[in-house]
Design a protein around this ligand. Sequence first.
Ligand code: CP
Length: 323
Amino acid sequence: MLASAADIALRGRNFLRVSDLSPLEIGMVLAVASHLKGGRGADQLPLLRGRTLGMLFEKPSLRTRVSFEVAMTQLGGHAMIAQGQDFLVGSRETPEDAARVLSRYVDAIVVRTHAHEPLERFAAAATVPVINGLSQTAHPCQALADLITVKERFGTLTGLRLAYLGDARNNVAASLAEAAMMCGISVTFGCPPSHRPSEAFLAHVQRLGKPHGATVRAFTSAVRAARDVDVVYTDVWTSMGEEHLAERNVAALLPYSVTPELMAAAAKHALFMHCLPAHRGEEVSAAVIDGKQSVVFDQAENRLHAQKALLVALLTDLRGIPV
Ligand code: CP
């Protein structure tokens, strides 16, 4: 049974990696998200009335930026964005100085940045909650939305199997694997040796999954990774800021493209998931992403609900929310 909100205090915390939360805390955020998703709009306006979210984006974004801004509006608060030259972590001033200044203006801060280490420094100096809106090594908000989407479809998380195909070292794969393993979903990666997660990372997620009976394995065979799984997940082959590697990535990752033939190796009821934006004809066929098994737009919608829950959990004591 889920502990009460009073037992799990997220108020004032940062969210830089999925594993910053315990499995119980993840469960609570998912429960709050489900409650808010099913609720009536006007009832939610008092939850963050008068609060301001600062959004600092060094990289482009559609889903993350808009869903956080809408989340604050629906919760009665306000969001502002600084991007491009206005905010580059550590370029005009140290991450620590920027964090101390912004903490005097806003109630929480979302940062989308390149390297993860300056984000850690920024968060350590901030006196308000800092949320990772994507860094080189993690995309934890995406992973929360992915868990909600899987749970909505299967009614449970524990005991499921998920395959991630393609660049298994990227930020989406890393956060997804942490989230899945912490919730009892076993993970297989299908990737070439050049894009395989490090042994240290595999050992890290195996430790996270062990108490929940989840396992992790990496295969060079895409079919072997996808065999009988409940969820097939992929992402673009070249992450933002690594465009110079695009040609090399296409050559290495072509055998890991999610095609109807690869989906046939998964369980009949398997879902196809992708964090978007997607490149049809590269990491996924149009027939798959636009087909019946695809839940990519539910994932995108659930970014909003996951982030509303996260904001309420980090900024309030969850009073009045039945979780
Ligand atoms: N999935 C995701 O983070 O999308 P954006 O890059 O558009 O925010």
